[in-house]
Design a protein around this ligand. Structure first.
Ligand SMILES: CCCCC/C=C\C/C=C\CC/C=C/CC(=O)SCCNC(=O)CCNC(=O)[C@H](O)C(C)(C)COP(=O)(O)OP(=O)(O)OC[C@H]1O[C@@H](n2cnc3c(N)ncnc32)[C@H](O)[C@@H]1OP(=O)(O)O
Length: 288
């Protein structure tokens, strides 16, 4: 049973209200998410962990629990987005993986894998309306969706190498599946962040929008494509195309988690993260 309240309204109205934020549309038990549903059972899931939607265990757990609920209530489509017009999601919460106990790092990463299994393997169509920057885990979250629409003039990519650790092999496969082997190798080895238009060129995103409103219109357009397609057939095709990666992560979740924890806990990696955090702070200081 749903433990939170959905606002039911016509999708057009819902999108317009969501875009303008004039009305608080949904109440519920979530601290970092807002979940709305329209009369067609399409959900808009908005991450709202200020300032930059960094993925801590709490936010990941909330996303995971919404996904379970959307499956149970036979949702007909989902738009994943951000409250912010600057950042879609800044990736894993760096402070949660820096100098933390291995068990805490493990819980965070294992929850990310749980989100992957539910989101990548969802029976309903999923689209990310990327309204701002999406580095590292933010890009990963977008990649878990079936379709990505990104607002112009932001950056997206897997910059893990810049932080001193490599993207785990399932992520590498997901990147290869999305932008091809050559582009993925070049991007991953350099920790490249793409501008929105570069991302469109390589196929990391599927469409560009000039602003949030257009991103929502396009997301809605993507979901409408399936109105006349029998959901069972659509889902069967989706599952058959995603099965290999889903099985790999489901079977090896513990192994991937242990690998991630060992890598993050390495002294050199912790040093790199510390240097990266210093850079981030300096960048902010210099900007003022
Ligand atoms: C297919 C199979 C799947 C199986 C595998 C599954 C998963 C895959 C596993 C691994 C892949 C995923 C792993 C990812 C690792 C990460 O995500 S590490 C995080 C990397 N993130 C970044 O490098 C982004 C860093 N942030 C930025 O570049 C900028 O902050 C920004 C996002 C571009 C925003 O810039 P803006 O100028 O608007 O804001 P500020 O820089 O001033 O930041 C504001 C505030 O927020 C704090 N902050 C920023 N990012 C993070 C973060 N990631 N975690 C925690 N906190 C963050 C920043 O420090 C500021 O704080 P303040 O100084 O206290 O105000």
């Amino acid at each position: 049973m749903s433990s939170y309240v959905y606002k039911t309204t016509r999708r057009g109205v819902l999108l317009a209200k969501t875009v303008s934020y004039q009305v608080r549309l949904c109440s519920g038990n979530f601290r970092h998410l807002e979940v709305l549903k329209d009369e067609n059972n399409v959900a808009i899931v908005t991450m709202k962990r200020a300032p930059v939607n960094s993925l801590n265990t709490e936010l990941l757990t909330e996303i995971s629990s919404v996904l379970t609920d959307l499956e149970e209530t036979k949702c007909s489509g989902m738009i994943l987005t951000s409250f912010s017009d600057k950042v879609f999601c800044s990736g894993l919460d760096i402070y949660e993986i820096f100098k933390s106990k291995p068990s805490a790092i493990g819980t965070s990463f294992s929850t990310l894998l749980e989100v992957f299994i539910k989101l990548y393997g969802s029976t309903f169509p999923t689209v990310a309306a990327i309204t701002g920057h999406a580095p590292a885990g933010g890009c990963v979250l977008g990649l878990f969706c079936e379709y990505r629409i990104m607002v112009q003039n932001f950056k997206i990519g897997l910059n893990e190498d810049q932080l001193g650790f490599n993207a785990p092999s399932p992520i590498v496969k997901l990147m290869i599946n999305t932008i091809g082997h050559r582009n993925a190798e070049l991007a991953l080895t350099s920790g490249r962040l793409f501008t929105t238009s570069q991302a469109l060129q390589v196929g990391l995103v599927d469409e560009i929008a000039k602003d949030r409103t257009e991103a929502f219109e396009k997301a809605d357009g993507f979901l409408r494509r399936f109105e006349m397609i029998p959901p069972l057939a659509r889902n069967f095709t989706k599952q058959s195309m995603r099965r290999a990666l889903l099985q790999d992560v489901t079977i090896n979740r513990e192994k991937y988690t242990e690998g991630f924890v060992s890598m993050i806990s390495l002294h050199e990696v912790q040093q790199s993260i510390a240097a990266y955090l210093d850079n981030l702070k300096n960048k902010k200081r210099n900007a003022h």
